[in-house]
Design a protein around this ligand. Structure first.
Ligand code: ZN
Length: 370
């Protein structure tokens, strides 16, 4: 993830801290200092650091459970709004998703109990009022209890939304389950936003906005998976695009970028093999470093996962969701057949929804009559 740095690796999962979290902690430290001097600032920062350590442990609940189901977990990012563990694939079976989703809140709940007990019988909770350790522990217990309960709200993008989706998709199928959990998320976000405005609570409004957008993104992907059920990468790929040779200049790519709607340019060798994909960001970054005359291949992304034309459409959607700029569709010899991009999938979705039917006629056992 951009704007983040690694603070360590635990069992192969890199722990990343986002730059905004550092800013957030610095801001809190100053706010505490302004209120109660250096003592208050130290205590406030200690609490926040411990709290984010708890958030990381919550994420490792998800990560270690996902590992048990053979899912790779390359990293986890800590942001001011919480942690995000990245799973290389989504769990296939609803039961796996259920257990992975529950593991995080279970860790938070366990931490709440441990901190609660430590705060309760910590020595000197009464006889040394100067020491604020029991107070700090009680606060951590409360915060972890809040984390567990908040994350169990049955709405996307909270863990509870995944629990709800897992339970629903066992009966209604993945797409409908996701849609219901996403709508629940947006409804909850509207409630939060309203409450935040009524109470004059800016942070609550921000949280509501984040939940609304995240739930909307999940719903969009669910609709896409829904309308592309039974289709292959070959059915969905765009085939009409400009390619560049490895020797093309960045300046040529920049010209194409401004003269066409295309944003991803496949770099194809003379023998038809795909070398990589030059993205709009790649072109801009190269120009920013004075790379007008660089060869396009130098700025291209080379290690992109590709698909065969008969691969499931869902596999392509998943690769894009994981941040691939485009998914090349290759023939068995490595020749480029087409590309899957968000733009192209979004168009498929719009077309299918305007027609109000799935892209591929589903076998329903009932003939459509007009
Ligand atoms: Zn969680």
């Amino acid at each position: 993830m951009r704007w983040s740095f690694c603070i360590g690796t635990v069992r192969g999962t890199r722990i990343l801290v986002h730059f905004t979290l550092v800013l957030f902690i610095a801001w809190l430290a100053m706010a505490f200092y302004a209120q109660g001097g250096s003592q208050a600032a130290l205590r406030g920062v200690a609490f926040i650091l411990l709290l984010f350590a708890c958030v990381a442990l919550h994420e490792f609940g998800h990560i270690l459970t996902a590992r048990r189901f053979g899912i790779a977990t390359p990293d986890v990012v800590l942001l001011p709004i919480g942690g995000m563990a990245r799973l290389e694939q989504m769990p296939q079976a609803p039961r796996e998703e259920l257990l992975i989703a529950l593991a995080g809140p279970a860790v938070s709940l366990a931490l709440a109990l441990v901190f609660g007990m430590l705060a309760g019988d910590g020595p000197g909770s009464l006889d040394s009022p100067q020491s604020d350790t029991p107070g700090l522990l009680a606060q951590l217990a409360a915060a972890n209890l809040f984390l567990a309960i908040f994350n169990l709200l049955p709405a996307f993008p909270m863990d509870g939304g995944r629990v709800l989706r897992a339970v629903l998709s066992a009966r209604l199928g993945h797409a409908r389950g996701t849609r219901i959990a996403a709508v629940a998320g947006q409804a909850l976000a509207i409630l939060f936003g309203f409450a935040g405005l009524m109470l004059g609570h800016a942070i609550l409004v921000l949280v509501a906005l984040f939940i609304f957008l995240a739930a909307g993104a999940e719903a969009g992907v669910a609709r896409l998976v829904d309308v592309t059920t039974g289709m292959t990468a070959g059915d969905l790929m765009t085939t009409d695009f400009v390619t560049l040779g490895p020797e093309a200049r960045i300046a040529d790519a920049a010209q194409l970028l401004t003269r066409t709607d295309q944003r991803e340019f496949p770099i194809v060798e003379a023998n038809g093999h795909l070398l990589g994909v030059l993205t709009r960001e790649g072109v801009i970054a190269a120009l920013g470093r004075g790379g007008e005359d660089w060869q396009a291949g130098r700025a291209a992304e080379r290690e992109l996962a590709s698909l065969s034309p008969d691969a499931d459409a869902a596999a392509g959607i998943q690769l894009l969701q994981q941040g691939a700029p485009a998914v090349p569709v290759l023939d068995p010899d490595g020749g480029l057949l087409g590309l899957l991009t968000w733009d192209n999938l979004r168009d498929h979705l719009l077309v299918a929804e305007a027609r109000r039917k799935p892209l591929a006629p589903a076998v329903t056992g009932r003939r459509a009559t007009n």
